[in-house]
Design a protein around this ligand. Structure first.
Ligand SMILES: C[C@H](O)[C@H](O)[C@H]1CNC2=NC(N)=NC(=O)C2=N1
Length: 127
């Protein structure tokens, strides 16, 4: 008897379980319902917009594109993978890699752009 369940799509990234996402999500990111996301705060609207542009450049370089929501002095970045091995969108290693890269970008920008609000000391270990 052959199973009629769709076979994992060859060459597409594996959709991770919720548990794997929680275990491996980068510092400061939240994960649920097939998404990971983080809210970044800035001193000005323009600083947030500048950061959003840098995230877009990163996404193009990685060919992996998050949803970028620009608000007043806040930017929300949300990653999920549309084309997974299981035919439905969800979190894959590509999203974890992207989120890690966005964290590095924020850390660097924080160092060089006075308008970015660096996380308060000790905020990192609040997950
Ligand atoms: C053809 C191109 O490589 C694909 O459409 C890429 C583009 N960027 C992407 N971004 C995201 N978030 N998920 C994808 O599955 C995806 N696929």
């Amino acid at each position: 008897m052959t199973s009629d369940a769709p076979k994992p799509e060859q060459g597409r990234p594996e959709r991770l379980s919720e548990g794997d996402v929680l275990d491996h999500k980068p510092e400061g990111w939240w994960g649920d319902h097939g998404l990971i996301y983080r809210l970044f705060e800035f001193e000005t609207y323009q600083a947030g917009m500048d950061f959003a542009v840098r995230v877009a450049e990163l996404a193009e370089a990685q060919n992996h594109h998050p949803v970028i929501t620009v608000m007043f002095k806040k930017v929300k970045i949300t990653y999920s993978t549309h084309e997974t091995d299981s035919f439905i969108s969800g979190v894959t290693q590509l999203d974890l890699d992207g989120a890690e890269a966005v964290n590095s970008l924020f850390a660097v920008e924080g160092a060089s752009t006075p308008y970015l609000k660096a996380p308060p000391p000790g905020a990192a270990d609040q997950g």
